[in-house]
Ligand binder design. Sequence first.
Ligand code: IPM
Ligand code: MN
Length: 355
Amino acid sequence: MKARVAVLAGDGIGPEVAAEGVRCLQAVAALCGHEIELTPLPFGGAAIDAAGDPLPDATLAACRTADAVLLGAIGGPKWSAPEARVRPEAGLLRLRRELGTFANLRPVAVHAALADASTLKAEVVRGVDLVFVRELTGGIYFGEKHRDATRASDVCSYSAAEIERIVRLAAQLAQARRGHLTSIDKSNVLETSRLWREVTTRVVQQEFPHLTLEHMLVDAAAMHLMRRPRDFDVLVTENMFGDILTDEASMLAGSLGLLPSASLGGSGPGLYEPIHGSAPDIAGRGIANPCGMILSVALLLRHSLRLPAEAAALERAVSSALGAGAHTADLAGLPGASLSTRAMADAVLSSLRRP
Ligand code: IPM
Ligand code: MN
């Protein structure tokens, strides 16, 4: 097959990990006879410097016509002053919104060889296999903002329709997995959460009667994720709770650098990015973990290019590289020399087998 992928490398470690993601994508394509055209585009802080806009019109236009968008990371101290007029993050939020990718899938699976890399006890994290479905284009991220000298506010708002579509997608995913859906909210305090709970209950009762649905308050969810993470299958939640809980959940896997994400649901291309940020503290040193990025490429193969066998082959390659002891410095709980970004990707590539 032929496909076109827009590549938004971004800032900090973004370009370092994106380069390895692209290399893996091309390797899979070469192995399986696909032709993938890559279009690198300016985005984030780099685009602010070049064009004064974190999401230049030409970048957005090229993303819209691509089959998928692969994104590194954005942001950094250079663009984060409190008085900054324009921020890289605004470009990312606008891109998600413009592409209509309301569903952000963040799978967390603990690799057997990495159970000891977690700061949690191996017997707690071993066998964890869950997926967060984070609502991505609504809530407090996108509500009206106000700021004057002595007061600031951010409005959190959700419509029933926005809740229905994300719950439906999460429920479908749960149905294809272990049939257990956890909906996370703060309905003891927030009106949006009371609507969230009501709509979720109705959608699941009417359309997915065979699922077990559990409602959990977000504070309790933060605790249970650490206490009994194996009990979770699919978790669905609003934008900001999902942002916070997935950073927390990455610690089950051993490192933030391991986790991929897929943002889906729009009529155009899906958006694929590791869940980590631009990590300015280690940028330019070639030591970032490329696995979150490479696994995002696998999600891209599966969801946007409809190549499930190729996706699985790449996931298996990451898994066998990790299993064989290849790891970057962020997996510091493990003994042995740590690999550079490039050497880690090399280890993945040498484990890659034709599906
Ligand atoms: C993420 C990031 C973004 C978010 C930032 C960079 C705007 O933390 O993708 O999780 O909060 O969504
Ligand atoms: Mn985040």
